[in-house]
Ligand binder design. Structure first.
Ligand code: FES
Ligand code: FES
Length: 156
């Protein structure tokens, strides 16, 4: 039986009618049209579906939408402000850290969660923060360089 739930995504409240077994990933993509969140493995292995819930990266494929009620959800669509890319997004572009782009939204959100808590991370801390996010294309070096550059910029 369907149920109406309320989700706060990127600062906006959305009411949606869903079956309780629907994942947050399905609701974001299919009900709210926020297709920046990608589906890879669908079982918690790739991190492509990463969103932030109360600032923490979570796999939206493993999270039921009803469980996310009452929390602050941030997707990749919530990062740019006033038509300007978030510094992490800009650094990924500048450092060639995007190839096919499929891992990029989840990777950037995992990095955002890290930099919000730790603005000057070591390389090992960056590697740890993105360890749940797989990239088949870049070999990770450019991704790590981009995150370092964004951290530097944030720190001034
Ligand atoms: S799609 Fe969620 S972890 Fe792979
Ligand atoms: S850029 Fe293709 S998977 Fe990372």
């Amino acid at each position: 039986m369907k149920q109406t739930i309320e989700l706060k995504v990127n600062g906006e409240l959305y009411k949606v009618e869903i079956e309780p077994r629907r994942t947050l990933l399905e609701v974001l993509r299919e009900k709210l049209g926020l297709t920046g969140t990608k589906e890879g493995c669908g079982k918690g292995d790739c991190g492509h579906c990463t969103v932030l819930i109360d600032g923490e990266p979570v796999c939206s494929c493993l999270t039921l939408a009803i469980e996310a009620q009452g929390h602050d959800i941030v997707t990749i669509e919530g990062l740019a402000e006033g038509g300007k890319l978030h510094p992490l997004q800009q650094a990924f572009v500048d450092y060639g850290a995007i190839q096919c782009g499929f891992c990029t939204p989840g990777m950037i959100l995992a990095a955002k969660s890290l930099l919000d808590k730790n603005p000057d991370p070591t390389e090992d801390e960056i590697k740890e923060a993105i360890s749940g996010n797989l990239c088949r294309c870049t070999g990770y070096v450019k991704i790590i360089d981009a995150i370092k550059a964004a951290a530097k910029q944030k720190g001034g």
